[in-house]
Design a binder for this molecule. Structure first.
Ligand code: UD1
Ligand code: CA
Length: 452
């Protein structure tokens, strides 16, 4: 049965105390509502109707890469009223899955199970038992049969003892939904059009109502404030990191590793504490990542050592390389096999050839370095004249003495040597030594000034 989805996301999220709409607050670097959109897309939803109210412009901007049908709920008159904003776009002969926009951890398998349960029923409801159900809609049953949902504020003292609650997620046929929505009233404690009233209407029509349950309550936990946001972030990170460890990755402290994106890792690689992985990252086997490293949209080969406090972004690190500590590989940095980059070295749009080294205090930008070259401490490629960028090329086996400036465009030949402290602004031919600095003068009899 084809199904479309209604995502309820019009609530203001007052308790976030934020100018950002609540559903755009990120979990693992991604807006919480985007997690839900990705989840329902993975189940093959034919349409996603997003009911929004506040921050429409921000929502449309941040969610622009999705195919969504936008339904404005100008005034928030309740969850039933929210769904009414999408009815024009709903077909009679499709199922409609309703989800809330602020419970990002809902699993595809849980929603799939709800959809499966609906196939033998007229309406399926996702419910869960909570130790403290305060504030939630309670599931009223007669024996096993679901009869109604009563909101906390409308519930009797006896009903408030019920621990089984409505998660806000449910699925039913389009025609039924439309008929029931038409009959909603706002005759209740909150003066709202409650979506939950459709359950009693279904029961009164002797419709078959089934309930299914998430594997854990955290999946359906809603986020209303920044404390809950942080708690859900932790729960999500814990789940991700445990799945990585089960695939053979070591984490010195799983509570101090954050994945905000996707990582693919070979076996026996390890992360020390406080590492952050963002975007799309591929890490090979036997890679050691030291403490406090950030890997963003990068590719790391096998048997690589990344020492503490290194930042690697949109860069490629080949097999058997070593990086850091305190190295920064910026976009377009490529280290070929067995290359080494040491402390306080920055590379941008630069290829460091096989076995080449830049071990200390260096900036290489727009540079091509051949194989087995040695870039001495404090080498700077002067790639920018304030307006344009220029390239530097350093041949195989070249040796750049410490504290040299290579003024681009610069060409250092194969096997060439640059004397320490040189400022190079002419080509250095293959195999030659270039020394470009003032000659040393020793002044005999010179005396230091004395204090007057
Ligand atoms: C709702 C349910 C309750 C359930 C709880 C689970 C109703 C009447 N109650 O209660 O049974 O236990 O969720 O969290 O459905 N929203 C709109 N427009 C509105 C009102 C709400 O889009 O006019 C959206 C909110 O942004 C939110 C979701 O609907 O994503 C739930 O709204 P909320 O106000 O949190 O509902 P509750 O009163 O908590
Ligand atoms: Ca809620």
């Amino acid at each position: 049965m084809p199904f479309s989805v209604v995502v309820l996301a019009a609530g203001k999220g007052t308790r976030m105390k934020s100018s950002l709409p609540k559903v755009l607050h990120p979990i693992a670097g991604k807006p919480m509502v985007q997690h839900i959109i990705d989840t329902v897309n993975s189940l093959g939803a034919s349409n996603i109707h997003l009911v929004y109210g506040h921050g429409g412009e921000q929502l449309q901007q941040q969610l622009s890469h999705n195919t969504l049908s936008w339904c404005l709920q100008a005034e928030q008159l309740g969850t039933g009223h929210a769904v009414m904003q999408a009815v024009d776009k709903i077909q009679d002969d499709e199922d409609v899955l309703i989800v809330v926009g602020d419970a990002p951890l809902i699993k595809p398998s849980t929603l799939q199970q709800l959809i499966d349960v609906k196939s033998d029923a007229d309406l399926a409801l996702l419910t869960v038992k909570l130790d403290d159900p305060t504030g939630m809609g309670r599931i009223i049953r007669d024996g096993d049969q679901v009869m109604a949902i009563v909101e906390h504020k409308d519930a009797t003292e006896a009903q408030r003892q019920i621990r089984e609650i409505n998660t806000g997620m449910m699925i039913m046929g389009g025609a039924d939904l439309k008929r029931w929505l038409n009959n909603l009233t706002n005759n209740n404690a909150q003066g709202e059009y409650y979506l939950t009233d459709v359950i009693e209407m279904a029961a009164n029509e002797n419709k078959v109502i089934h309930a299914s349950h998430p594997s854990s309550a955290v999946e359906v936990e809603g986020i209303n404030n920044r404390v809950q946001l942080a708690n859900i972030e932790r729960a999500y990170q814990k789940e991700q990191v445990e799945s990585l460890m089960m695939k053979g990755i070591s984490m010195i402290d799983p509570a101090r590793f954050d994945l905000r994106g996707d990582i693919e890792v070979g076996q026996d690689s390890s992360f020390d504490v406080n590492c952050i992985v963002e975007g799309k990252v591929v890490v090979g086997s036997n890679v050691e990542v030291g403490a406090n490293c950030i890997l963003r949209d990068c590719e790391i080969g096998d048997n690589v050592v990344i020492e503490a406090n290194s930042i690697i972004e949109q860069a490629i690190v080949g097999d058997h390389c070593t990086v850091g500590p305190y190295a920064r590989l910026r976009p377009g940095a490529v280290m070929k096999e067995k290359a080494k980059v040491g402390n306080f070295v920055e590379m941008k749009k630069t290829v460091l050839g096989k076995g080449s080294k830049a071990n200390h205090l260096t900036y290489l930008g727009d540079t091509e370095v051949g194989e087995n070259a040695n870039i001495g401490a404090g080498t700077i490629t002067c790639n920018y004249d304030g307006v344009n960028k220029f390239k530097t090329s350093i041949g195989d086996g070249a040796f750049i003495g410490s504290n040299s400036s290579l003024v681009a465009p610069a060409v250092i030949g194969k096997g060439a040597t640059v004397g320490a402290g040189s400022i190079i602004n002419k080509e250095v031919p293959d195999g030659e030594l270039a020394v470009a600095r003032a000659k040393q003068r020793n002044i005999q009899g010179w005396e230091r000034p004395t204090k007057k």
